[in-house]
Design a protein around this ligand. Structure first.
Ligand SMILES: C[S@@+](CC[C@H](N)C(=O)[O-])C[C@H]1O[C@@H](n2cnc3c(N)ncnc32)[C@H](O)[C@@H]1O
Length: 287
């Protein structure tokens, strides 16, 4: 008698904060018989798995050995032939620099059913947690996501003229190539003083944002460690004002402003700046 094969779900786990997982991803993780997961997946997300679920790590091994993609493909096939529900859990979104397309094509060749579950990509999640909107009226009406792997002198295949003409540039896997990227963008017309932000370990408790300019990056690149997003563009300036996530941020307590009253007319704010204790002045009514 023929046995039905299982199904493989190529699932985006989001950028790091477990709460950024989609409901669908969370449900599948709970129901899975096998979960194959990457280095960039936050293992806190694997706390609610069912009894007997097999966890298979397919990220970089110690000593930086990477499991070849062909081997991961074969593992997906073999597990799907034995178990009903296989989850391939990837950092961010499976179709953005996640090799999800290759795995889906392989599964299709093997006649194994699959589904794609999109995730919050780090390309957007990390800037959001750094208080950097990747588009912003008057600053940027387009953004591009680019792999830094191709931005190396030996293998440079990036269309620098076209990139220099874009607005927000979001480079991933670009820590090693950061200086070269800045040099190329300057050589193709971007200004020295253009703001740049690195966001390391975005959306996690280890998040660190480093702000600099293209000129400085091209000459003396700051120390940055992977995983990190390199964001180039005017919008990087907004980090200073919109940094809501870092421990140092005092955004939730606007200095000098207190809510006096919330009513039908709106919210009445008191401005206590430059005044003594108890001398609150009604300053503004927000609708
Ligand atoms: C192989 S790509 C995978 C991208 C993933 N599919 C996504 O959508 O986020 C790995 C790169 O993603 C970026 N990355 C992933 N997680 C990150 C995080 N929490 N903070 C900053 N960058 C991250 C880094 O640029 C890293 O080199």
């Amino acid at each position: 008698m023929n046995k039905k094969t299982g199904k493989v779900y190529l699932v985006g786990a989001g950028p790091g904060d477990p709460e950024l997982m989609t409901r669908k991803a969370y449900r599948l993780v709970q129901q899975a018989d096998v979960i194959l997961y990457d280095r960039l997946v936050n293992t806190d997300m694997l706390e609610d798995i069912k009894d007997g679920c097999q966890l298979v790590y397919v990220g970089k091994k110690e000593g930086l050995h990477v499991i070849p993609q062909e081997e991961i493909n074969r593992l997906l096939r073999d597990y799907a032939l034995r178990y009903p529900l296989v989850v391939r859990l990837k950092g961010g979104d499976p179709f953005l620099f996640g090799r999800g397309g290759e795995e889906a094509l392989y599964l299709r060749e093997c006649c194994i059913p699959f589904e794609i579950v999109p995730g919050v990509t780090s390309a957007l999640g990390a800037p959001a947690y750094a208080g950097i909107p990747v588009t912003h009226r008057g600053m940027a009406s387009m953004c591009s996501m680019i792999t830094g792997h191709l931005a190396k002198e030996e293998v440079d295949e990036l269309p620098w003229d076209a990139l220099a003409a874009m607005q927000t540039l979001i480079f991933m896997m670009a820590v090693g190539a950061r200086q070269y990227i800045a040099q190329q963008l300057l050589a193709h017309g971007r200004p020295e003083e253009e703001p740049v932000a690195f966001i390391e370990h975005g959306t996690t408790s280890k998040q660190r944002v480093t702000r600099t300019t293209l000129g400085v990056l091209a000459r003396t690149p700051p120390a940055v460690r992977s995983p990190a997003i390199l964001l180039v563009g005017e919008v990087a300036r907004l980090h200073e004002e919109l940094d809501w996530f870092s421990a140092a941020s005092d955004l939730p307590h606007l200095p000098g402003l207190e809510v006096m009253e919330v009513g039908d007319q709106g919210v009445v704010l008191a401005d206590t700046r430059g005044q003594g204790e108890g001398e609150k002045q009604e300053s503004e009514v927000l609708p």
